[in-house]
Design a protein around this ligand. Sequence first.
Ligand code: NI
Ligand code: MN
Length: 225
Amino acid sequence: MKLTFFGHAAFGLETKDGVRILIDPFISKNRLSPVKVEDLKADYIIVTHGHDDHLGDTLQIADKEKTLIITVLELAHILAKKGYRTEAMQIGGAYNFEFGRLKFVMALHGSATPDGQYAGLASGVVLTIEGKTIYHPGDTGLFYDMKLIGEMNKIDYMFVPIGGYFTMDITDGVKAAELVQPRYAIPMHYDTFDLINAEPKEYVEKVKQLGIDSMILKPGESITW
Ligand code: NI
Ligand code: MN
């Protein structure tokens, strides 16, 4: 398994069998992205919510015949009407895909498409793939039920929004890691707009003081297992 950070909340995964998965592929307007939209292909695209910096370039990247877009039902229906293949799930539900198990969990945030259409609830995802479990919370404020997510799932990699303004900031992101108790807490959703500039080293130091491992993934860097 190879998981690559593209900056913001965007990730690419490639399984041993060559299945390509994208999460929240915000690429063309992402000033930190190390890749171009035309270089990305995906068998699956997981979208946490409809905002422009998460739905991102999904429609440009998705092949209408081959790519399956996995998201919450309301957003899935909007995309299906445009002719895309979708898997319409909902918060609390999980499904075993060929690549692994994906569960949608709550996020404390809104969701609309870039043209303002209501797109259901914003979500986070817990993805178990090739023996490791990832928690991508999407955009979210801090909420205490993160503790439940940590109690019910042994999280290896938790990606934590730290940029503030639209999501948690460093202080709240540290508390989120304390609630979830992941093997590694990894900061995301910062420095892509001036409003959300943040210092990831400060986050890493504060999380480590709680006895939780943390690391910075620079855009373009990967974790493999
Ligand atoms: Ni958002
Ligand atoms: Mn966002």
